[in-house]
Design a protein around this ligand. Structure first.
Ligand code: ACM
Length: 266
């Protein structure tokens, strides 16, 4: 199965321009499953509640999800894309799934980073796995990666591939994904953005280097730090479904949950 990502530098608040850019990169790709960055349509650096409300869209009726549904239908592909979601007055840093059949679902970021805690509510529905026919996918958004529980849960829930829309500003994630994949035998597609957001007296620089990492911990593709890119690679789903390490060890069956109590205490 061919998976891919789209990497570019969204312009803050220019939703139409960002959708157009993303669609043209998606059009270049031959992947069956394509991941877009976190908040790809709005940009990342919100500085007021008013603008966050103005830019966030309802899902699936908003124009971003509709545009993605259109291209997914036309190209018969699956897309996971980060956007700001508005639902009955609540705002979420979300990722939508669209498939050749239309809207597939939404995941709301669980671990909010820094000032996201001011603008967004945390995802009350938690982690989800979606069966898209060709495989099962899980979704985590950017900073979720820092919590090993995110990828572990998604793998335990049956994900073959974790789609990871990101706006990374710290330098660790891409290397860390090798370990996340290894410890869960799951493929991860990290779609990061590039460029700089400068708003008021605030500034973030994003690290690019979107990456496809395999269940056996190989980096199949790492994008450049700065350029627009639609990268893709072939992955072997069987390697994510077989959790055996050797004749006597199985990654999941050997878990000793009776000793892990502290992990789920608040
Ligand atoms: C992040 O979660 N966007 C760093």
């Amino acid at each position: 199965m061919k998976v891919g990502f789209v990497q570019f530098s969204p312009s803050f608040g220019k939703i139409d321009e960002n959708i157009e850019k993303a669609l043209s990169l998606i059009d270049e790709s031959a992947a069956e499953l394509i991941v877009l960055p976190e908040l790809f349509n709005t940009g990342y650096l919100f500085i007021s509640e008013k603008e966050t409300h103005k830019l966030a869209e309802e899902v699936p009726s908003g124009k971003t999800t509709k545009a993605l549904i259109g291209i997914a239908r036309r190209k018969k592909i699956n897309i996971v894309a980060g956007l700001a979601e508005q639902d009955r007055g609540n705002l979420y840093n979300s990722a939508v799934l669209v498939t050749p059949h239309g809207f597939g679902g939404v995941y709301r970021k669980v671990h909010l980073f820094n000032e996201e805690k001011i603008w967004f509510k945390t995802g009350g529905e938690g982690f989800k796995v979606f069966d898209i026919g060709i495989c099962k996918i899980g979704i985590m958004i950017c900073f979720d990666w820092f919590f090993p529980e995110s990828a572990r849960l998604l793998a335990l829930m049956g994900a073959d591939v974790i789609c990871h829309p990101a706006n990374l500003v710290l330098p660790y994630c891409q290397d860390a994904m090798v370990t996340r994949c290894l410890e869960n035998r799951v493929h991860i597609v990290t779609a990061n953005r590039t460029g700089i957001d400068r708003r008021g007296d605030k500034m973030w620089r994003y690290t690019g280097k979107s990456q496809i990492t395999t269940a056996d911990a190989r980096i199949l593709y790492r994008a450049g730090a700065k350029k627009d890119e639609a990268g893709s690679a072939e992955i072997d789903l069987q390697s994510a479904r077989n959790k055996r390490i050797n004749k006597l060890n199985d990654l999941f069956a050997d878990r000793r949950t009776e000793h892990y109590g502290q992990l789920i205490k608040g």
